[in-house]
Write a protein that binds this ligand. Structure first.
Ligand code: SF4
Length: 328
């Protein structure tokens, strides 16, 4: 389902994703990197990954047209362009925003890397263009890690395309990360080895529950089409259990909707997964307060015992301070 449309239809559109400003700035930087037929980008690939090859300025450079209708059409066009480029030995080819298909949980997912370069030796490289700065040759490790995980998925998808060719071309496991240099608008690049991320993602993909199995577990008649009324959609979403946590805010379009539901229900997961783990079987704030007051809960439960001890200490501290005792 399209969770962004679903969240909007439910009246809880999420701001999850990039800000408009960051988006515009990122697009402007990417356009600059790819200007002049990708001359700068190919120079960075040559310098960072393939110094032994003929420089792109002196070799033939191809920029295939990848436009087609729909993601399936674009993926087919990309496969064809990759096949042709791999056969054109001695030339550099830049595929700008190719479309790749990868089977995820038994269903095709379409992926769009910033660029894929075919080297003169016929090997393929994924290029990721990011707008975070690279200072003195290194960037924020968390952001580089996220970019590496993203690029590793593209590498896996490219390997599926390569496996259908005979002989199968080499998909390079060092990708090129292009960023602005020292807060300027000038591009600089770093080669990133994504072998580890590729192996981890490959294992995770192999273990995913198939979409059909997840769909089979849904109650009969549940449908998430955004064309339905807000009431029907709310009922459909309600029919599926959700365990909201603050981490959802940076990862899921339905976060605002689930957060509102979770607060209404007084669920302790609103307070974060570590708190939930500490509280064991106590799943609502009401249960927690009742346990702390000694009105409910098994006294042998370590979470209940800890809450009662904490409530007692609080009451003592407030009494000593001359304040009002009680548990709020
Ligand atoms: S619980 Fe979190 S991950 Fe699941 S649908 Fe809600 S916001 Fe998304």
């Amino acid at each position: 389902m399209d969770k962004g449309s679903l969240a909007s239809a439910l009246g809880s559109a999420s701001v999850f994703g990039q800000s408009q400003f960051a988006f515009t700035r990122g697009n402007a930087f990417e356009a600059r990197v790819k200007a002049d037929g990708g001359a700068e980008l190919l120079r960075l690939v040559h310098d960072g990954l393939d110094r032994g090859a003929e420089p792109p300025a002196e070799a033939t450079v191809h920029l295939p047209d990848l436009s087609a209708t729909g993601p399936e059409g674009r993926a087919a066009r990309t496969s064809l362009a990759l096949r042709e480029a791999t056969g054109a030995a001695g030339a550099w080819t830049l595929l700008d925003h190719p479309m790749l298909a990868l089977e995820v949980a038994g269903s095709p997912a379409f992926l769009e890397p910033d660029a894929v370069v075919v080297h003169p030796d016929g090997s393929w490289t994924v290029v990721e263009i990011k707008s975070f700065p690279m200072l003195d040759g290194s960037a924020d490790p968390a952001k580089v890690g996220a970019a590496a995980r993203q690029a590793a998925v593209y590498v896996l998808a490219l390997e599926r395309v390569a496996a259908r060719l005979d002989p199968a071309p080499r998909v390079r496991h060092r990708v090129l990360l292009v960023c602005p240099k020292d807060f300027s608008n000038l591009p600089t690049a770093s080669a990133v080895d994504v072998r580890k991320q590729r192996a981890v993602t490959g294992r995770q993909l192999a273990r995913l529950t198939r979409v059909e199995e997840i769909a089979d577990a849904l109650p009969e008649g549940v449908c998430f089409s955004p064309e339905q009324s807000a009431e029907e959609l709310a009922a459909a979403v309600e029919a599926v259990p959700a365990t909201y946590a603050p981490e959802c805010l940076s990862a899921c379009e339905l976060a605002f909707h689930c957060r509102a539901r979770s607060r209404e229900a007084g669920a302790v997961t609103c307070l974060g997964r570590p708190v939930r783990a500490e509280l064991g079987g106590l799943s609502t704030v009401e249960d927690v307060l009742a346990a702390a007051r000694g009105e409910a809960g098994d006294p042998d439960d370590p979470a209940v015992a800890a809450l009662r001890r904490a409530a007692g200490l609080r009451a003592e501290a407030l009494a000593a301070a001359g304040g009002v005792t009680g548990c709020h």
